[in-house]
Design a protein around this ligand. Structure first.
Ligand code: FES
Ligand SMILES: [Fe+2]
Length: 473
C-alpha cells in the first residue's frame, strides 16, 4: 500500500459532510498507516525493529524438537542443540528449501531431514554429506541466522545488521529484591502497535477495566486520575494521580521504544501508604507479522507485590495469564459482557486504521508514542542508529512505580494543584535517583519519598511518621 493512498483517503474522509445518519459518507474505511505498522524485511518499521534486542519465545517452549516461528514477517525455526546452544535460523534449508522444522537436533546443530545438511546455531554450514568430500560448498554459503540470548526464562534476539548489534539492555525491574519473574506469552491476531500503545492509554483502565468490566480492579481505578505525559527520545512516561479519601496515589507508567513497558501494582486500592512499589508485569509487544503479534513478558510475584495472595502463579504461562480479558479463551457471552484488553485491541481490526480515529486530549500519550516511533523509523531509514544502552551500565533505571501518601484535601483550596505538586515532588525524587544504581538508588528514592512527609510544601507533619511508611521490595 502506498503512502499516497493512505494519506489521500484519510484527507478525503476529513472533508466529508458531518451530521446525523451520514454513515454513507464514512463508509469507506481508510487503510492503515504502513510506515508505523508494516514490519516485514525491507519495510521502514521492520528496519527500525531490526535495531533492537527483543524476546521472541519462552525458554520452556523450546524442547527436544525444532520449533517453527514467525517473527517480523520472517519464517524461522528455533532449536536448542544437545550441547545447550540456542539457534534461530531461517526456516527453509539453504540447499533446496525444505523446512528445518522437520530437521534433526544434534550436539552441535540442526540437520535438515532431506539431504542431511547440518547448520550450527549461528548459521555456519557444518556438513553437506551428499556432496563429495572435496566440495567447498559449505565454505561458500552461510545459512540465515540471528543471535539468541537466554535471560530469565525468555529467549531474546536481534535481527538487524550483525555489525551494529546493540548491548543487551538490562533494566532495574529485571532484578528487584524479593521478585520472582514468571514468563508468559499471549498471541493476538492483530498488528503490534494497537497492543503496544495500550500502556500509553491510561484512561482505558477507568472505563474498560472498572466501570464497564468490574471483574478485577479496585473501585479506586474507577476514579478519573489526573494524567500527565512526558516525552523523550528513548522512552515516554505518564503519571496518573488519584485522590482517594485523604490519600493521593501517584502511579508512573513507562514505555521504552519500540514496545517495552512495565505495569505497576494491579490491585492497588490506595488505602495504605507506601513508597516506590514497583512492577507487577514487565512486557514486550512483539510483531509476528503485520497482522499478528504477541505479548511476551514476566509476571512478578513476591511479598509486597501481591500482599493478599490474589496472583495465581499456576495460571501464568503459554497463552495464559492470571488476570482476565487478555485472551480469546472465554465464551463470546463473557467477552461481550465483561470485555477486556483483548477485545478492545483485537477488535480495532487486523491493522487499526489511524485515519478513521478522532483522538482527544487523553490520547496525548499515544500521539507522543506514534510521533516518537515515526521519528525513530525515519532516523533508521536515514542510516542513523537508535540510542543504545551504555555497555558499562549494568542496570538501566526505570520510573515505573506506585506511591500512596496521606495528603488530606484542604477545604477551600484547589485540590488539583495539591495533587500536581505532590506528583511533581514524587517524580523529582524518582528522577534524581537516576544518578545511582541498585540498592543505593532504591534507598535514596525510598528515603526521599518518605521525607516528603516532612516537606514544608505539603504540611503533613503529624499525619504519619515517615518511618511508618512501607517500601516496595
Ligand atoms: S533441502 Fe535441506 S539438505 Fe537438501
Ligand atoms: Fe488494560
Amino acid at each position: 500500500m502506498s503512502k499516497h493512498s493512505y494519506q489521500s483517503v484519510a484527507a478525503a474522509r476529513r472533508n466529508v459532510p458531518h451530521g446525523p445518519n451520514h454513515g454513507y459518507y464514512l463508509a469507506q474505511r481508510p487503510p492503515e498507516d504502513p510506515e508505523l505498522t508494516h514490519v516485514g524485511p525491507g519495510t521502514a518499521c521492520g528496519e527500525y525493529w531490526r535495531r533492537f534486542w527483543f524476546p521472541f519465545e519462552m525458554t520452556e517452549e523450546v524442547g527436544d524438537l525444532p520449533r517453527r516461528m514467525r517473527i517480523l514477517g520472517e519464517d524461522l525455526v528455533v532449536f536448542r542443540s544437545r550441547d545447550g546452544d540456542y539457534g534461530l535460523l531461517h526456516l527453509h534449508c539453504s540447499h533446496r528449501n525444505s523446512s528445518l522444522e522437520f530437521g534433526i537436533v544434534e550436539n552441535d546443530g540442526l540437520r535438515c531431514c532431506y539431504h542431511g545438511w547440518k547448520y550450527a546455531p549461528n548459521g555456519k554450514v557444518l556438513e553437506t554429506p551428499g556432496e563429495p568430500a572435496t566440495s567447498k560448498i559449505k565454505d561458500r554459503i552461510c545459512h540465515g541466522a540471528y543471535p539468541v540470548h537466554e535471560y530469565k526464562g525468555l529467549l531474546f534476539t536481534y535481527m538487524g545488521p550483525p555489525d551494529t548489534v546493540p548491548p543487551f539492555p538490562v533494566y532495574d525491574t529485571f532484578d528487584l529484591p524479593g521478585h520472582e519473574l514468571v514468563p508468559y506469552r499471549i498471541s493476538y491476531p492483530c498488528n503490534w502497535l494497537q497492543v503496544a500503545e495500550n500502556t500509553m492509554d491510561p484512561i482505558h483502565t477507568v472505563y474498560l477495566h472498572t466501570r464497564v468490566s468490574n471483574v478485577q480492579f479496585e473501585p479506586t481505578w474507577g476514579v478519573t486520575p489526573m494524567i500527565e505525559f512526558h516525552d523523550g527520545d528513548q522512552h515516554l512516561y505518564s503519571t496518573l494521580t488519584y485522590r482517594w479519601g485523604d490519600n493521593i496515589w501517584v502511579r508512573t507508567q513507562q514505555t521504552v521504544f519500540p514496545s517495552f513497558s512495565g505495569v505497576g501494582a494491579f490491585w492497588e486500592d490506595a488505602t495504605k501508604e507506601k513508597v516506590f512499589f514497583r512492577s507487577s508485569i514487565t512486557k514486550w509487544t512483539v510483531p509476528i507479522d503485520d497482522t499478528h503479534c504477541m505479548i511476551i513478558a514476566w509476571r512478578h510475584f513476591g511479598e509486597g507485590i501481591d500482599p493478599d495472595g490474589r496472583g495465581k502463579r499456576d495460571e501464568v504461562g503459554v497463552e495464559t495469564v492470571d488476570f482476565e480479558g487478555q485472551t480469546e479463551q472465554r465464551s463470546h457471552y463473557e467477552r461481550q459482557t465483561t470485555p477486556g484488553d483483548y477485545e478492545a485491541q483485537v477488535s480495532q481490526g487486523a491493522i487499526s486504521s489511524h485515519a478513521s480515529e478522532n483522538l482527544g486530549s487523553t490520547d496525548k500519550g499515544l500521539m507522543m508514542l506514534r510521533r516518537r516511533l515515526r521519528m525513530g523509523i525515519r532516523d533508521v531509514a536515514d542510516g542513523k542508529l537508535p540510542p543504545r544502552p551504555d555497555p558499562d551500565d549494568a542496570e538501566i533505571p526505570l520510573y515505573i512505580q506506585d506511591t500512596v501518601m496521606t495528603v488530606p484535601q484542604t477545604p477551600g483550596e484547589d485540590d488539583e494543584a495539591l495533587m500536581k505538586s505532590v506528583t511533581d515532588a514524587v517524580m523529582e525524587v524518582v528522577i534524581a535517583g537516576d544518578a545511582l544504581r541498585g540498592a543505593a538508588r532504591q534507598d535514596f528514592i525510598e528515603n526521599g519519598l518518605r521525607a516528603l512527609k516532612n516537606d514544608p510544601r505539603f504540611d503533613l507533619s503529624g499525619v504519619t511518621k515517615p518511618d511508618d511508611v512501607p517500601v516496595g521490595e
